[in-house]
Design a protein. Structure first.
Length: 143
């Protein structure tokens, strides 16, 4: 079960992006702020229902698309037929995805940014973004 304790004032953040601070928007922002892995729309809907916030799938998609347009969230694809979302202001990282149990772990390192700078220098190619995910088996599933 996910416990939510806001790290900052979500209402102020939403208002700063010129968005109304509705209960659903605040709850989605709080969920994204404190989860350790990217979440999909189904997870968001389930969370809102547990919080007794009435909403439907279309509303959740509108909110998350609006968050993405405003630079609050980024969409992530893990080749599983759905889109997951996480906060855009997170420190740059990559993901380890277990192909057996589906566990996702964030990996923070400084190797890839160095590689990106080297590519820009050697290839004279301006890298604007990249995507790198690792698929395999987590320690529990290797047993």
């Amino acid at each position: 079960m996910i416990r939510i304790k806001s790290l900052h004032n979500c209402k102020d953040e939403l208002r700063g992006k010129k968005l109304r601070a509705t209960p659903a928007r605040i709850a989605i922002l709080q969920l994204l702020e404190l989860t350790k892995e990217p979440v999909d729309a189904t997870t968001i809907i389930e969370y809102l229902r547990k919080k007794d916030i009435e909403t439907d799938q279309a509303t959740v998609f509108r909110i998350i698309n609006m968050f993405t347009q405003k630079g609050i969230t980024i969409p992530i694809q893990f080749q599983e037929g759905k889109t997951r979302y996480e906060l855009a202001n997170m420190k740059h990282h990559h993901h380890l995805i277990c192909e057996k149990c589906g566990k996702i772990k964030s990996v923070f390192d400084n190797v890839i940014p160095k590689m990106e700078k080297e590519i820009q220098k050697k290839q004279k190619f301006l890298v604007k973004r990249h995507s790198l995910e690792f698929f395999g088996l987590c320690a529990d599933c290797q047993k």
